[in-house]
Design a protein around this ligand. Structure first.
Ligand code: IPM
Ligand code: MN
Length: 369
C-alpha cells in the first residue's frame, strides 16, 4: 500500500523544520516507495499573497491524504480586520473541519537535555497531555461578538459527546502506557476549573461517568491554575492529563519548557478518519531562514505519524520506521553537539537533520550485522 502525505510548510521556520522532518522520513530504511508527498500552501504568507490563509484546494488535499505533516503557520501582525491572526486558520480549520478531537502531546525528558527543573533526569518526566481539540473556548473562533465597541463575548462550548470521546481516549491511552514515573500508577488527571464554571463542572461529571468504565486506572483532578505549579513541582506524578482546548494549549507550552524547550514538543491531532502531525511550537519568524530552528519536535511528530499510520493500516513497516526515527532522535540528542540553540547547544537545523539520518543508517547496519 502507498500512503499519500499532505505536506504544508507554512510560515517562518515552518519550511525548515518541515523539510527536515521530511528528509528524515525519506531516509528511513525500509520505506522507500511507500509514500507520495504532496505539498499544499497555507498560512499568513499565503493570505498576503492570495487573500486566503487556507485555500480550499489545500483543505481538499489535506482531507484526502492519509496523513498531514505541517511545519508551522502564523505571522504576528498578519491579521483579519477583527485583530485575530490569519495564518493559524490552517491549523484551527484542519482541526475543526476534519474533527480531529484528540490533540496528543507527549512530554518526555530525553537524555542529553538539561531540564530547567533542578535535579530532574531522563525518565523522571514522561506524561502525555490529551488536549480536547474541537470544542472548548477555541470553538468560538470567528463567532464572537463585539457590541458597540464596548462589550466583547466569546462562548466556551463543551458537549457530552465531545467530553465522552476525549475522556475515553485518555483512559485508553493510559491503559497502553506504563504509569507515572513517580509511582508506576496508571493515572488520568482531569485539568479544569470545575470550581468556577458550569461548563467545567459538567466536563468533570461526564469524565467521572467515563472513568467508571476504567476501574484499573486511577483518576485525579487538578484546577488549571494549580496545575501550572504541579507540573513544575512534581511532574513525575503525571501519566495522562486530559483537558479542555484552551487549558491544553496553555499547559502544553509550560510542560514543553520543563523538558527542554518549545522546540521539543511534538503533537498528533487525531480524529476517527484523519491525522495531523506538527510540533506544538509556533512559526518563530524572528529566527526564520537562519538554519537555527530546532527541528526535533517536528521530526518526533513525523515519527508518531508513521506509528499512527502503521497501526491504523496494520503495516508493521511503518511502526518499525516510526520507532527507528525516535531512537535516532534520542541518539542524536544524547551525543555531544546534538543540541540546538534553544537547548543550550549550537547545532543547526541541518546538523540535526544529518545526525538523525546518520543514526538511522547506523541502526540498519547494526541490525544487518
Ligand atoms: C498550538 C498553537 C495553536 C493553538 C495556534 C497556532 C492556533 O498554539 O497548536 O498549540 O492555539 O492551538
Ligand atoms: Mn499553543
Amino acid at each position: 500500500m502507498r500512503y499519500e502525505i499532505a505536506v504544508v510548510d507554512g510560515d517562518g521556520i515552518g519550511e525548515e523544520v518541515c523539510q527536515s522532518a521530511l528528509s528524515v522520513v525519506k531516509a528511513t530504511p525500509g520505506l522507500s516507495g511507500v509514500f507520495d508527498f504532496r505539498s499544499y500552501v497555507a498560512g499568513a504568507e499565503e493570505y498576503r499573497r492570495s487573500g486566503s490563509a487556507y485555500p480550499e484546494a489545500s483543505f481538499e488535499g489535506c482531507r484526502k491524504a492519509h496523513a498531514i505533516l505541517h511545519g508551522a503557520t502564523g505571522i504576528p501582525g498578519v491579521t483579519y480586520p477583527d485583530g485575530t491572526e490569519t495564518g493559524i486558520e490552517f491549523g484551527l480549520q484542519t482541526r475543526f473541519r476534519l474533527d480531529l478531537y484528540a490533540n496528543v502531546r507527549p512530554i518526555k525528558l530525553r537524555a542529553g537535555v538539561d531540564s530547567r527543573l533542578r535535579d530532574r533526569k531522563p525518565g523522571d518526566i514522561d506524561y502525555v497531555i490529551v488536549r480536547e481539540n474541537t470544542e472548548g473556548m477555541y470553538a468560538a473562533r470567528g463567532s464572537g461578538s463585539i457590541l458597540r465597541d464596548e462589550i466583547a463575548v466569546d462562548n466556551l462550548v463543551v458537549t457530552r459527546k465531545g467530553i465522552e470521546r476525549i475522556s475515553r481516549f485518555a483512559f485508553e491511552l493510559a491503559r497502553k502506557r506504563n504509569g507515572a514515573p513517580g509511582d508506576g500508577k496508571r493515572r488520568v488527571t482531569l485539568c479544569d476549573k470545575a470550581n468556577v464554571l458550569r461548563s467545567y463542572a459538567f466536563f468533570r461529571k461526564v469524565f467521572n461517568e467515563v472513568a467508571e468504565h476504567y476501574p484499573d486506572i486511577e483518576t485525579d483532578y487538578a484546577y488549571a491554575d494549580a496545575m501550572t505549579c504541579h507540573l513544575v513541582e512534581r511532574p513525575e506524578f503525571y501519566d495522562v492529563i486530559v483537558t479542555e482546548n484552551m487549558f491544553g494549549d496553555i499547559i502544553s507550552d509550560l510542560a514543553a519548557v520543563t523538558v527542554g524547550s518549545m522546540g521539543m514538543s511534538p503533537s498528533s491531532e487525531l480524529g476517527d478518519h484523519n491525522g495531523f502531525f506538527q510540533a506544538a511550537h509556533g512559526s518563530a519568524p524572528t529566527i526564520a531562514g537562519q538554519n537555527i530552528a530546532n527541528p526535533y519536535g517536528t521530526i518526533l511528530s513525523a515519527s508518531s505519524m508513521l506509528v499512527w499510520l502503521g497501526e491504523r493500516h496494520g503495516d508493521p513497516r511503518l511502526i518499525r520506521g516510526g520507532a527507528a526515527i525516535e531512537r535516532a532522535v534520542d541518539a542524536a540528542m544524547a551525543s555531544p553537539g546534538g543540541l540546538t540553540r534553544d537547548l543550550g547547544g549550537s547545532a543547526t537545523t541541518s546538523d540535526v537533520t544529518r545526525r538523525v539520518i546518520d543514526n538511522l543508517a547506523s541502526q540498519t547496519s547494526v541490525a544487518a550485522e
